[in-house]
Design a protein around this ligand. Sequence first.
Ligand SMILES: [Zn+2]
Length: 48
Amino acid sequence: MKRWRCKLCGLVFRGDEPPEVCGRCGATKEQFEEIKSYRETRMAKSKK
Ligand SMILES: [Zn+2]
């Protein structure tokens, strides 16, 4: 199972595919990026 993070609000979603719409901020699935490792969920801002 993959993890996806909303780039707008940081909500993490688990599943094989990103959700159609973010349950928190309403962003579309294009705004979700796959999280490669659990650590990335905690280092959301340090990357890039
Ligand atoms: Zn969101």
